[in-house]
Design a protein. Structure first.
Length: 274
């Protein structure tokens, strides 16, 4: 098959989800569903299913560095999506690799995990993300808890507080922040806000879908933005198109029965036929 235009090459740097619903597995499914070539750097191996995370093993930083060197030194990447980075050494390693091999577009989905359970370890991780990766990212996609940790606040209780915390991340060096309001279950709508420097906040609205199959939504949204941005190189377009794709994946996935807890999305909903 001959293509009229090149397909995007997108790298995910994230943890592996043994249950297949989130992390590296969700990222690669999303890339494939949206017509992008996906490559990966595994930062952690998790024992995980629809009920939760039972264990986390961080990949040594030198192996993360070797993966980055192998992939970025050979394959020209159009975009990169960064997910779970389990410790400061890994954050610094990834930042160093991306400074050595700049990628045109970077999405940072700050999955904040302290493998030791130590609050100080988490604090150091947050400081490292803000200092090392926030200035490199073109857009950051935190959920409400991650937004609070990165901005140094309690979790936002309404959209006004959420927008204020987003502005704080811009002041810390972020170029753009996608504020995800889907965690407020008392609303009939899922309202996300994109805040950027020198620009008015833009709201993206979808209807809320009543389903427990929401595992991997954050990974999927961030990966979709990374896969879609190279087509037009317009962040607003990429966010809107990614939101539309995610909404369809949630809608189709609500009828799945995978596991006993929060099931996965239907990443290939556009190609599956009854």
């Amino acid at each position: 098959m001959q293509q009229n235009k090149p397909f995007p090459r997108v790298l995910t740097i994230a943890g592996s989800d043994s249950g297949g619903g989130a992390g590296i597995q969700a990222d690669l499914k999303t890339f494939g569903a949206l017509g992008a070539y996906g490559a990966s750097v595994v930062t952690a191996v998790t024992a995980q299913n629809t009920l939760g995370v039972q264990g986390v093993h961080a990949v040594p930083a030198d192996m993360v560095a070797a993966q980055c060197e192998s992939v970025l030194g050979d394959i020209r990447m159009d975009a990169v999506k960064i997910g779970m980075l389990p410790d400061v050494a890994t954050i610094e390693t990834v930042a160093q690799a991306l400074r050595k091999y700049p990628v045109p577009f970077m999405v940072l989905d700050p999955v904040l995990v302290a493998t030791s359970g130590d609050s100080l370890a988490l604090e150091n991780t947050v400081d490292a993300i803000c200092g090392q990766l926030l200035p490199l990212a073109d857009v950051v996609t935190p959920n409400l808890n991650e937004l609070a940790q990165l901005s140094g606040n309690a979790p936002a209780q309404d959209e006004a507080e959420m927008l204020a915390q987003g502005q704080q991340l811009l002041q810390k060096g972020a170029k753009a922040v996608l504020l995800k309001g889907g965690h407020w279950a008392d609303s009939a709508q899922a309202r996300d806000w994109l805040v950027q420097r020198n620009s008015e906040p833009q709201c993206f609205v979808n209807s809320r879908i009543a389903t427990a199959n929401t595992h991997g939504t954050g990974c999927t949204l961030a990966s979709a933005i990374a896969a879609l941005y190279p087509h037009r190189r317009n962040l607003n377009f990429a966010v809107a198109a990614a939101k539309s794709y995610l909404h369809g994946a949630i809608a189709a996935g609500q009828y799945w029965k995978v596991g006993s807890g929060h099931g996965p999305l239907a990443h290939f909903w556009r190609t599956v036929r009854d």
